[in-house]
Design a binder for this molecule. Structure first.
Ligand SMILES: Cc1cc2nc3c(=O)[nH]c(=O)nc-3n(C[C@H](O)[C@H](O)[C@H](O)COP(=O)(O)O)c2cc1C
Length: 242
């Protein structure tokens, strides 16, 4: 856990031998899967997790049911080093030379997993907006892999798992935004050296009663994809620490 008396500095963690994951949630019902994802990734002894929630996401984790513990309860999950809300950018009165939280988190991270990615945060992300902590980290991402190259061997990726109502998903604006994420910024797009991987939603009966596409990919499948990427599964994968 961090020393709360001083601001977080990436530098002090850069050579801890761990894989640094920012696990973020924006305001979708699928935020209730965040505890499961944190626990599953935290099982790996070489994984270190910092959680970011948007203001809306925070509302889904207020101990209102067994599957919705408080955010504070996640502090004791092995591997979880810190939990951040927007206000944390401003906890320490900033003076020149002080660390800036969203930049420090960017430097620290080997990957960012946004699960769930709400329609609102997806729209803002693709527009380049940065009006909260999560979006500031995303906007400041090292998209070329050159800014933080002295302490990271490979370009860090952003995995996003959209989750929204079927009608929201079917809206034409969604297609345009997915196009930006997959075709312009996508990591697997031919010939382009992107940094975003979209974990596409699935079809099911949604929490709101509608049936159709838009539900977040199964959280276990998300975990498996991340595990494979960071190389903590028996079949191996890509090592991102360095
Ligand atoms: C109970 C409830 C459930 C919601 N579920 C979703 C959802 O699954 N996906 C989504 O995109 N928005 C959902 N919303 C709307 C978002 O929370 C809202 O657009 C919010 O502004 C998102 O903010 P954020 O992107 O900063 O987290 C839901 C709202 C409520 C009240």
């Amino acid at each position: 856990m961090d020393n709360l008396l001083s601001p977080f500095s990436a530098q002090t963690h850069l050579h801890d031998g761990k894989i640094h994951i920012i696990l973020a949630a924006s305001g979708s019902v699928a935020t209730i899967k965040l505890p499961n994802i944190a626990k599953a990734l935290g099982r790996h002894h070489n994984v270190s997790i910092r959680i970011i929630v948007t203001k809306s996401a925070e509302r889904f984790l207020r101990e209102q049911s067994l599957e919705q513990p408080s955010l504070e309860a996640l502090r004791i999950v092995p591997g979880v080093e810190a939990i951040y809300r927007d206000e944390d950018e401003w906890v320490y009165p900033w003076t020149r030379g002080d660390p800036i939280l969203h930049i420090e988190l960017r430097k620290w991270a080997h990957l960012l997993l946004v699960a769930p990615l709400s329609a609102n945060t997806m729209a803002k992300m693709t527009m380049g907006m940065a009006d909260n902590l999560l979006l500031s980290v995303i906007r400041a991402w090292d998209t070329t892999g050159t800014v933080d190259s002295t302490f990271k061997r490979r370009k860090p990726l952003i995995f996003v798992a959209p989750a929204m109502n079927t009608a929201m998903w079917n809206h034409p604006i969604t297609g345009r935004q997915i196009e930006i994420l997959e075709e312009d910024w996508g990591v697997n797009n031919k010939g382009k050296d992107g940094w975003v991987s979209v974990l596409r939603p699935m079809e099911k009966s949604l929490a709101c009663g509608d049936i159709g596409n838009g539900a977040m990919m199964d959280w276990e499948a998300i975990v498996r994809i991340v595990e494979q990427y960071i190389g903590v599964q028996p079949q191996g994968g890509i090592s991102v620490s360095g």
